[in-house]
Design a protein around this ligand. Sequence first.
Ligand code: G4F
Length: 335
Amino acid sequence: MKKKALITGITGQDGSYLAEHLLGLDYEVHGIVRRVALEQPEHRLSRLKGVLDKLKIHPANLDSYPSIFHVFSREQYDECYHLAAQSFVAESFADGFSTMSTNISGTHYVLAALRELQPKCKFYFAGSSEMFGKVRETPQRESTPFHPRSPYGISKCAGFQLAVNYREAYGMFCCNGILFNHESPRRGLEFVTRKITNGVARIKLGLASEVRLGNLDAKRDWGHARDYIEAMHLMLQQPAADDYVVATGQTHSVRDLCELAFSEAGLDYNKYVKIDQSVYRPAEVDLLIGDASKAHSVLKWQPKVDFAGLIKEMVHADLAALASTGKSEPVLARA
Ligand code: G4F
């Protein structure tokens, strides 16, 4: 019998890599997609274009419990990966209410529907290193206290605690991944890695003259999304549910990222990066660096791509994409 998995957020960077990974492991893969996405498949389902015909897509809305309940009432699943979220930190400052509603209630609806209809289904929650926020220790590990710095971080702490509570109160197999920043050529243009690699490509091809950025001193532990989704799957294959940090253990500043990405295209970032005060956040997470020892020892998980390899891949993917089309997706004004 094939295992059956449901992915919320299947159209995103992580969801698309996870869908490909699970299909490669001979899973039957289902995904929840907002109905509006089905009306614009070329744009909204673009990351799934290589595997779309192998997936079963369910239109549903994470803001509605009946909608989620309906999905789980139609099919039984072995595993549920809850990745859907409003995941852009800056947007959460602009509209904290929507972020809280989607990220907290959406998670609660999925857990409540699972408890009611299929309590044996294993559940993965996409926690985040943003939960550590104003970090209490370095590097950050599973036992590091949370101190979120944004509505997004607060919403992820709530989702994390919901998963822990369903595990403790109802004996459900609920795991939290505490994933540090993970990127790829499929990353949205609003996140700083892709904003920079896309900017480099646009400048190199004569389509732009600058990239406007905020805080260049923030430090992040950046890994490759394709590596990180493997850890998600491994968590659900363990004998007991638990929580795991997933990180590379290396940290770099946004400035380091600029230097590397521009030099990959033979450019000096000092000439093209302009500081834009409007991109600074009301409260910043200054330094993230993860200790993934538990994932190494229990899950036997190791990242394969390092920071330099990641940025090189992203720059060259953006150069190739722009050279072939001459245009890129629109970027959010706040990004
Ligand atoms: O790329 P970012 O927007 O990612 P951030 O805020 O670290 O969040 C990402 O990683 C989290 C895991 O820790 C996820 F949970 C979350 O969903 C998301 O995937 O910003 C990275 C850093 C920040 O310090 C930001 O202030 O880059 C700084 N930055 C400087 N200039 C900028 C910019 N960020 C963006 N997006 N755009 C800028 O122009």
